[in-house]
Design a protein around this ligand. Sequence first.
Ligand code: R5P
Length: 287
Amino acid sequence: MLLAGPAGREMARKMSNLLGVKVLEVEHKLFPDGESYVRFPGSVEGEDVVVIQGTHPPQDRHLIQAFLIGRNAKELGARTVSLVSPYLAYARQDKRFLEGEAVSILTILHLIKQSGYDKVYTVNIHSPWIASESPIPLINVRAEGALAAHLLELGMEKPLIVSVGKKGSEMAEAVARVLGSDYAAAESRRDRVTGKVEVSMGRVSAKTAVVVDDIISTGGTMAEVVRALKQMGVEKVYASCIHALLVRGAEDKIMGAGAERIIASDTIPNEYAEFTVAGVLSEAITR
Ligand code: R5P
């Protein structure tokens, strides 16, 4: 049974069509003081429940809703409860980068476990290795194939694929392999205190390039890579990602740097969502 949280309704509908299983939509409201309320309008007793609830902004509210739903499902007799959070909040704080910092993602995973969940599915988590330290089974579903298939559908002929940072290289290589494209890497360095990003990359020559990154947040990194490619004479540069957070004027920065357009998935509801991860998530759940 799919249980659609307030931040997962659209994805649950898509997955329900693919999986042919019913969806129960969780009722929710906010109390006048801002606290969350949830109620299940049907029984979950004896079911293997898959909760679809994104934890994109506002992350803290969406996480609390996920916690309330998980515990409620267990208390009301669900056999197993899994959480599908296509974008998992706090995943980028996976280390103590500065002395004294909290490793936020591990706390979040502990809280998910404590809320009655047996398993968590997410898409292209920022650091896949975190699964080995997670207190709860964490299934990292990869969406590079869905992105590559979409680029093929757009009729792009062997665009140069450009990765961002070390972590992005595996992802971009996978996309390049499917497209039979050449592949180049851009290095990015972020100042931990000011947040300013610097990008460096070797010379490339191409008519069309697609920059592939896991996340676009403030757009600073993507804009720098797009700018560098435009300065090297690349005619068309597409800015693609799996998770489009797009905060603080990210679109303007990226388009201002000369991008043709932004191409994103639907892990986070956004106006640039051109391809869906519902298929890869449904396959993972079925497996
Ligand atoms: C970094 O490791 C990630 O892959 C992204 O490049 C980064 O999170 C993007 O952040 P922003 O859009 O704020 O530059």
